[in-house]
Structures are given as structure tokens and as C-alpha cells.
Write a protein that binds this ligand. Structure first.
Ligand SMILES: *Cc1c(COP(=O)(O)O)cnc(C)c1O
Length: 360
């Protein structure tokens, strides 16, 4: 069987060694005689899987001791609800940096629980740049400040986190968590769906500072960060298999040398493709300012909608799949998450040049 290079934005490509490990352990997890899919979440084997995943994630991201790691469900989208529910406690206000579809959806949801202020936005140009803002733009009475570190749909990123002084910074890292080292202590809360850069769908990781737990009384227990933290994310049955897969991805990253190492690889992969796009007379990147360009989701266009479609079809025939861009941008999008090997990017560029040559 041939495996393709999968450029999907999510669910997305997994490292091959992780898939092979899953395959090897599928019927008999380490001599237990059962699959992880069949295990009780209260069993010794599974508790060890979950505990080890947390320890490895803490090590990879250097998560300080005063932060809890939660393994939840409901996707990043449920966090758009849980965060205002749990954090709009004092002034019932939040500031948002609006850089795309996901910040917009999060802001819309937060409005149900309090006042939302858009501090900066790039919506005027279909989110093709990162807007300017500074610490003084944030309201003194905002319960938290929300932003998205990497805009999966539009292909932009914020390289530096916003300086918010002593305010609570919340970040949606769904599409770039574990792509590089970060300073967790700058954040009040970090969240990410696992299916982009951390594993498979079904798991949402939340990293939350201790003092932000239990600010709002009487929340539905499943939606209360404190209840989830007090029960080690096992108030109910967690998404066991997704936690197991994420744990394997964490081990794979550690063996590779950690986040400094994967960052070098990710920067190199993205540079290769952007360098090609910048010199191409047929393809062009949609994000013109290099400092705003995502290294995870690279968006580009050709001369017309027709040639975009023809290229996507051509690439698919060559085993390069899911390159069609999001409908709100059009063109193509190549997601180069951790699991995408350098060879996949080299092959993509080869096929792009080949296609470009055929147009002459
Ligand atoms: C995909 C994505 C989401 C939505 O994730 P779900 O897990 O499908 O809810 C939210 N934010 C960002 C930045 C994303 O890339």
C-alpha cells in the first residue's frame, strides 16, 4: 500500500512511527491482552497512559507547577464557551484580537456571557495580515484577553505573544501547539484541539493557571475547569484512545529532541515552500508580509480558479492530497504540521514546478 502526503488542515497527518506503534499495540497493549480502545479508563494501564502523557507534555512545554493540564472533549470550539463561562467572573468583559474565523467565532460565543471588545482586527482585508496593537490597547477591566497564535484558515501567525502586563492572556493554539517552544508562564490559559498538531480528534488540551480555577460558582460540572482539574480530567470517561495517541506523539517529539528541534525542522520546511512561492511566476503566497506568514498552514494561489482546481487535481494524482484551500480564501493551502516530513514538502515543490512547467 502507498501512503500519500496529506496536507489536510485537520484532522491531519501523523508521524509514521506513531501510526506504526499504534498498529503494533492495537490488539495487545503491552501484554495486557486488550486494545487501549477496550480498556477501562480507571484501569492501572490506562491511568499510566494518561499520567505519562501529562508528564511528557509538561516536559516538552516546560509547564510550570502552578498550571493544571486538562484532557477534555468538545474540541477547541467548546472552549469558546467554557472560557467565558469560567473566566468572565469579575467584570464580565473580555478583549479579543480578531485575526480570523476562529477568533471571530470565539468572540461571538463570549458575547453570550458578557461584553466583548475587539481590540484589533484584520477583517477589513479578509484577515490577510496581523493587525498592530500594544499593551495600552487592552481594557483595564478585561477579565481576559483572547487571541489565536496561528490562523489555520488564513495562514497567518503571531510570532510574539501580546504583551498584556498583569492581565490574563488566553490563547487558542489549536494549529501550532508543540511546533516550537513557548513560555507558558506568560499565559493564563492555553487550549488546543489535538487533531492538528498533537494527535487525533476527540481530545482538547487545556493548560490553565491554578488561580483561574473555581472563579465562577455552580457551573455545570462538565463545563467547570475546577471540577475537571479536581477529577484529573476523569469526571466522566475521557477520550481514552485520543489521549493514548497524543501520548505517543509526545514521546515521538521527545525522541526527536524536543520542541527546539521540531521548530528548526518546521521553519526549514516552511522556508522551502515560501522561497519557492516567492520566486514562482505561476504561484503566489496569499500573505505578503513575511513576518505574518504561518509556518503551519501555507496558503497560495495560481492565476485563476480554474488553474487552482487543475493543480489540486494534478497534485492529488501524484499522491499529494487535501491541498484545496478553505472556501473563504480559495486557492491552495498546504498544512505542514509536525507530522509532515521534509520529503513531503520537497515532493510538493517538485510537483508544483512540474505543473508550472506544463503551463508554458
Ligand atoms: C480547528 C480550529 C478550531 C476548531 O477546532 P475544533 O476542535 O474542531 O472545535 C479552533 N481554533 C483553531 C485555531 C483551529 O485551527
Amino acid at each position: 500500500m502507498e501512503r500519500v502526503y496529506n496536507f489536510s488542515a485537520g484532522p491531519s497527518i501523523l508521524p509514521t512511527p506513531v501510526l506504526l506503534k499504534i498498529q503494533a499495540e492495537l490488539l495487545d497493549y503491552q501484554g495486557s491482552g486488550q486494545s487501549v480502545m477496550e480498556m477501562s479508563h480507571r484501569s492501572e494501564d490506562f491511568i499510566k497512559i494518561a499520567d505519562t502523557a501529562e508528564v511528557d507534555l509538561r516536559e516538552l512545554l516546560a509547564i510550570p507547577a502552578n498550571y493544571k493540564v486538562l484532557f477534555l472533549q468538545g474540541g477547541a470550539s467548546l472552549q469558546f464557551t467554557m472560557i467565558p463561562m469560567n473566566l468572565m467572573s469579575k467584570h464580565k468583559k473580555a478583549d479579543f484580537i480578531n485575526t480570523g474565523e476562529w477568533s471571530k467565532k470565539a468572540a461571538l460565543e463570549a458575547k453570550r456571557y458578557g461584553e466583548v471588545r475587539i481590540v484589533a482586527s484584520s477583517e477589513d482585508k479578509n484577515f490577510n495580515y496581523i493587525p498592530n496593537f500594544s499593551a495600552s490597547d487592552f481594557s483595564s477591566d478585561a477579565d481576559y484577553i483572547h487571541y489565536v497564535s496561528n490562523n489555520t484558515i488564513f495562514g497567518t501567525r503571531l510570532v510574539k505573544f501580546p504583551e498584556v502586563k498583569d492581565k490574563v492572556l488566553v490563547c487558542d493554539m489549536s494549529s501550532d501547539i508543540l511546533s516550537k517552544p513557548i513560555d507558558v508562564s506568560k499565559f493564563g490559559l492555553i487550549f488546543a484541539g489535538a487533531q492538528k498538531n498533537m494527535g487525533i480528534a476527540g481530545l482538547t488540551v487545556v493548560i490553565i493557571r491554578d488561580d483561574l480555577l473555581g472563579l465562577v460558582p455552580n457551573l455545570p460540572p462538565m463545563l467547570d475547569f475546577k471540577v475537571q482539574a479536581d477529577n484529573a480530567s476523569m469526571y466522566n470517561t475521557p477520550s481514552c484512545f485520543s489521549i493514548y495517541v497524543a501520548g505517543l506523539v509526545f514521546k515521538w517529539l521527545k525522541e526527536l529532541g524536543g520542541l527546539k528541534e521540531i521548530e528548526k525542522i518546521n521553519e526549514a520546511k516552511a522556508k522551502l515552500l515560501y522561497d519557492y512561492l516567492d520566486q514562482s511566476s505561476f504561484f503566489a503566497p496569499t500573505i505578503s508580509n513575511p513576518k505574518d506568514r504561518s509556518i503551519m498552514n501555507l496558503c497560495f494561489l495560481s492565476a485563476s480558479k480554474e488553474s487552482d482546481a487543475a493543480f489540486v487535481k494534478y497534485a492529488t494524482q501524484k499522491g499529494l492530497v487535501n491541498l484545496k484551500g478553505h472556501r473563504s480564501v480559495g486557492g491552495m493551502r498546504a498544512s505542514l504540521y509536525n507530522g509532515m516530513p521534509l520529503e513531503g514538502v520537497i515532493e510538493l515543490i517538485r510537483v508544483m514546478s512540474e505543473f508550472e512547467g506544463l503551463q508554458a
